[in-house]
Design a protein around this ligand. Structure first.
Ligand SMILES: C[S@@+](CC[C@H](N)C(=O)[O-])C[C@H]1O[C@@H](n2cnc3c(N)ncnc32)[C@H](O)[C@@H]1O
Length: 557
């Protein structure tokens, strides 16, 4: 799980120890040394019959649950598995983030023309078929949202008239609400949910306490209450105390995933007790993706031997060590000891290193808190000077821009103007794989998309640089690389807007050359996505576009 972007959950601060949620049970990169992703196969124990009974769906897969040496339960391969194999498929409980509720169908998650639910005016659907399919899950939620909307509209009549949705609770609260209502209806396999790991009680966590109060308010609204859900009513959900809700909120944060589109755009949050059995590595052998919409899949991205543990990444693995550790500790309460993390920061980690302009090699990032320039040692054996204060300023400015983008606060024109100086300046100092240059390259390209004829080559160049950087910062076959290759290939295939009949023979030859290059880029992207996603929509659309471009080339003969 990249497990990204649950702001409320990310804000939650957990202590480093773990415990199992007993109270819920009431109810190659070139520079890298490791050759294969982490496996931890030596640590496994025998399969647990109780867990096997809890997850009967595993019997149709090459996987089984075992206790790990020190990471709780984990999923293990029962046979050898090759990259691109889909190990698990499941339809999880998913909710869209509030900013995507107006643009995406709340059932199939497609970004398309949608109509709002006439009652709550919060959720939108692309068809009555999707709305009907979602109704049993939406019904209690609809009652809660309708009540919250009316209360909100009484205070903010102007905003309500403008159709704003400020009354809609955060996606984590809506996800928890759906879990509770589904338990109330006896629909959910609660035994699986009850076994999900919780970290509640390990620290004075105000974030979790606030979440529980929001949840009680939300559940209460569906019952027609204007205030917190009364303790007596909590029993109808199977909860005997607010503490049990706290455990559930923690378990949801620890065991949820970023819901993403088939091209990895984050759009919400999902939870699946089955997929959540996977433990974490920053150098994973599998990924969690949504290749075709609602279905969540775990896909192998490496050769996995029988007996190996299936490890996915809970965070963005292209982040430098310190940021990965901070994210993992804040959200999941553990210090990662995977092969990438134990390498430390001394080796020239492509995610956090400086570029040697002399030879194109890299050196470990110097301490950016130093007041003056520093000498660093390149992989080529030479030392060179890095201008610390100016590099620090550039990196900080880049991170601020990325944070503004994540918060949806980016002004496109201002961003393009800033990126036009920041990206070249950082490119002169950092390899494309380094943070924050890698995400900035992509951000810059996306801000310029669709590019004008004049910008086309420049944007293709940015994405080529980003693809090379992403390859160095991710394990082989990672879908992030496939998605960047797909973005680049689509621009290469884009119609130049020129009328073919108007082109002279040199123009025709140039257009033909562009299309031939596009076909090979589309094929490369399709192959990368077929492995990284185990198939899916992006791979299919790349194949389709490649066929179209080939037909156009044929017509130009
Ligand atoms: C989604 S659960 C994974 C399944 C969990 N092991 C179980 O028994 O249910 C996430 C939790 O597992 C533990 N965990 C996962 N990967 C780990 C790792 N690499 N190192 C230490 N703990 C890990 C942490 O406690 C984390 O909060």
């Amino acid at each position: 799980m990249s497990f990204t972007a649950l702001r409320a959950a990310r804000d939650a601060r957990h202590a480093p120890q773990r415990r199992v949620a007993s109270s819920l049970s009431a109810g190659a990169d070139e520079a890298r040394t490791a050759e294969r992703p982490d496996t931890q196969s030596a640590a496994r124990s025998a399969p647990d019959p109780e867990d096997a009974a809890l997850f009967p769906e595993l019997s149709d897969t090459p996987l089984e649950v075992r206790q790990t040496a020190n990471h709780g339960r984990g999923l293990y391969a029962r046979q050898a598995i090759s990259p691109g194999t889909t190990l698990l498929r499941t339809t999880p409980l998913s909710v869209l983030s509030t900013s995507h509720l107006l643009t995406h169908c709340s059932f199939c998650h497609a970004e398309t023309k949608v109509s709002r639910c006439a009652r709550c005016k919060a959720l939108h659907y692309c068809s009555s078929k999707c709305q009907n399919a979602d109704w049993s899950d939406h019904k209690p939620e609809c009652a809660a949202l309708t009540r919250l909307r009316k209360m909100w509209a009484a205070t903010y009549p102007e905003k309500a008239r403008r159709g704003e949705n400020g009354f809609v609770p955060h996606e984590a609260i809506r996800g928890l609400g759906r879990l509770c209502w589904s338990r109330q209806r006896g629909k959910m396999g609660w035994a699986q949910v009850a076994r999900m790991e919780s970290h509640a009680g390990q620290s004075q966590d105000l974030g979790l306490g606030n979440q529980v109060n929001h949840l009680r308010h939300y559940l209460g609204a569906a019952e027609g209450e204007g205030d917190l859900l009364h303790p007596a009513d909590m029993a109808s959900f199977g909860f005997n105390s607010a503490r049990e809700l706290l455990d559930l909120a923690s378990a949801f944060a620890v065991n949820s995933f970023t819901l993403s589109t088939p091209d990895l755009t984050p759009i919400g949050v999902s939870t699946s007790p089955l997929v959540a059995l996977c433990n974490h590595s920053c150098w994973p052998n599998a990924v969690v993706v949504f290749p075709s919409g609602r279905e969540m899949c775990v896909v192998a991205i490496a050769d996995i031997a029988a007996g190996d543990e299936i490890l996915t990444a809970y965070i963005d693995v292209s982040l430098p060590l310190a940021e990965r550790q901070t994210d993992l500790h804040a959200r999941y309460g553990f210090a990662c000891d995977c092969s990438l993390c134990i390498n430390g920061e001394d080796w020239p980690d492509p995610r956090w290193s400086v570029l040697h302009p002399g030879c194109g090699g890299i050196a470990p990032m110097p301490d950016l808190s130093l007041p003056d320039d520093a000498e660093v040692l390149c992989t080529c054996g030479q030392t060179f000077t890095t201008p610390i204060p100016s590099l620090r300023g550039l990196i900080e400015a880049g991170k601020r821009l990325l944070a503004a983008d994540e918060d949806g606060e980016l002004d496109r024109d201002a961003a393009i103007s800033q990126l036009s100086t920041l990206v070249p300046a950082l490119s002169a100092r950092l390899p494309a794989s380094a943070h924050p240059l890698l995400p900035l390259l992509r951000l810059y390209a996306l801000q310029l998309t669709p590019p004008s004829r004049e910008q086309r080559a420049f944007v293709i160049g940015l994405l080529s640089q980003a693809a090379a950087g992403a390859r160095a910062a991710h394990p082989p076959n990672h879908p992030n690389v496939g998605v960047i290759l797909a973005e680049r290939a689509k621009i290469m295939a884009m119609d130049s807007g020129e009328e073919r009949v108007m082109l002279d023979s040199a123009g025709l030859a140039r257009r033909r050359g562009e299309l031939v290059a596009a076909v090979s880029a589309l094929r490369e992207a399709a192959a990368a996505c077929e492995v990284g996603f185990g198939g899916g929509e992006v791979a299919m659309s790349m194949r389709g576009l490649a066929a179209e471009c080939e037909r156009e080339v044929d017509m130009m003969r």
